[in-house]
Structures are given as structure tokens and as C-alpha cells.
Design a binder for this molecule. Structure first.
Ligand SMILES: [Zn+2]
Length: 264
């Protein structure tokens, strides 16, 4: 699933291209993508004719700010991708935003978990975006909770933006085991954790995300973080810090990769 760095990369790619463009219409192929609305026509009516004034991101959501104060949210979920002016139609295209200037923004999604909807004025999508958190706010969200830290990082209601890839990476840099309980961290561990989190996410944005499976940038090219990852999908390989063998364990339905030597 695309996480914060992938979604941020998409937003940065799209921003200069679609800011100021008008949505002429929305071609919806298949109802599931518009399931936040009564029917696809309602979604089309809510956005057609509006101008895109800004493109933002919160957590894993792409937000198009539209004229008249409307906000259109797009969530790629597992296999969703956005393509900018693709050459050909594809079978899993679910939605096409027809924009002024003859441009198409296409939402393609094999598994159809992704969605697109206009937010209600009071609409809250998830917990605070991880990169918006100062240290004290981060500490107040993490340190009272007895949850396993891997699960806490994946819980979008608490902190939004992190998924399976970057939770493994952050915990490797933070020297913390995924099975530690969040309320057991010392002040020093929390500081290191916070710094590791920002380091990993900003580095991954610089590398334009991780293309281990479905994720591609809107021009079809791959992100570069996978090559420099430290823990995610490295089970059986040597830890790049101390040479120990990276382990993979199951936590609930998710897997976690970690170094048993330096992650305590
Ligand atoms: Zn190690």
C-alpha cells in the first residue's frame, strides 16, 4: 500500500500540473470507487466545473482543494495508482478526471479498495499526519498506550501516514523491537524514535518512495527507496549495522522485519 512518502511523491508530481486546472467532468467506470456517494453521478455533479486551487496530502490521502470550498479526497488503498495523461486506456481504470487543457488524471485500481469522495465540511479522515507532529505531541500520543509499537504505528486513527514498509524501517533506525509496548519507552528512546521516524520518511520522500510491488509514480517510473531499505523484506539477510540475521515475525495479520541484535 502506498504510504506517506509514496503519496507525497504523487502530490508533488501532480501539484504543478493540475493546480489551476478546471475539472470538466469525472468519468466513473464502476461504482465501487465512488462508494462514499449515493451514486457516481452525485460525485460527478459535486466536482464538475470546479477549479483545483491546491493539491495537498494528509496521512495517506490525496486532497484536491476545489473552488467553492469543496475538498475531494483520493485514497489509493492497496493497489490504486494515478496516471497522468496515459497513452492508453487500461482495463482497471476506475475513474478519469477530465481537466481543462485536454488533460486526463486516471485512477487505476486492480483490487478496487481505493476510493474517491467529496469530504463533508467537518470531515475528518484520520489521526494527525505524522510529519505534522512536534516531539511533545508525538510523545503524548505514544507514551500512554500499551499497544505493541508496530501496531500503534499502523493505526491511522492515532497517527496517520505510516504503513508496513516504513514502520519496519523506522523501528530499525530507532533500535526498537516491533513487539515492544509503546508505554515502556524511556525518554531517550522516545527522542531517538521520533528522530528516526522523521529521518526515514524524509529520506523516502527524497527517494520518491518504495516500488516493491504496485506503486509507481504518475509518469509510470519507480521510486528508489527499496534499494536502500534496512529491514523491510530483508528476512534472512545480514543487518547492515551489525551483521546479525534479520528476522521476520507475524504480528496479527501483518509481518514485521527486525534485527534481533540491535533492536531492543
Ligand atoms: Zn542489527
Amino acid at each position: 500500500m502506498p504510504e506517506l512518502p509514496e503519496v507525497e511523491t504523487i502530490v508533488r508530481f501532480l501539484r504543478p500540473k493540475i493546480r489551476g486546472k478546471r475539472i470538466l467532468s469525472m468519468e466513473i467506470r464502476g461504482r465501487r470507487v465512488a462508494r462514499g456517494h449515493k451514486n457516481p453521478q452525485e460525485l460527478n455533479r459535486a466536482v464538475a466545473g470546479r477549479k483545483i486551487s491546491e493539491v495537498n496530502r494528509t496521512g495517506k490521502n490525496i486532497i484536491l482543494e476545489l473552488s467553492g470550498g469543496a475538498r475531494l479526497a483520493i485514497h489509493l488503498m492497496m493497489t490504486g495508482r494515478l496516471f497522468w495523461n496515459p497513452k492508453e486506456k487500461q482495463i482497471h481504470d476506475r475513474l478519469v478526471l477530465k481537466l481543462s487543457g485536454g488533460n486526463d488524471l486516471v485512477f487505476n485500481d486492480i483490487r478496487q479498495f481505493g476510493w474517491c469522495r467529496v469530504l463533508k465540511p467537518s470531515g475528518k479522515l484520520a489521526g494527525p499526519d505524522v510529519l505534522s507532529l512536534g516531539f511533545n505531541e508525538f510523545k503524548s500520543l505514544v507514551s500512554p498506550r500499551p499497544a505493541l509499537i508496530k501496531n500503534l504505528l499502523l493505526n491511522q486513527k492515532v497517527i496517520s501516514g505510516i504503513g508496513n514498509i516504513y514502520s519496519d524501517e523506522i523501528l530499525w533506525y530507532a533500535c526498537l523491537r516491533p513487539t515492544r509496548r509503546a508505554n515502556t519507552f524511556s525518554g531517550r528512546e522516545l527522542k531517538k524514535f521520533y528522530q528516526a521516524m522523521r529521518h526515514v520518511l524524509l529520506l523516502a520522500i527524497k527517494k520518491e518512495g518504495t516500488s516493491s510491488r504496485d506503486y509507481r509514480k504518475p509518469d509510470g517510473t519507480e521510486g528508489g527507496y527499496y534499494k536502500i531499505r534496512k529491514a523491510y523484506q530483508r528476512a534472512g539477510k545480514q543487518c547492515l549495522r551489525d551483521g546479525a540475521t534479520i528476522k521476520r515475525i507475524k504480528i496479527g495479520s501483518r509481518s514485521a522485519h527486525f534485527c534481533p541484535k540491535h533492536q531492543k
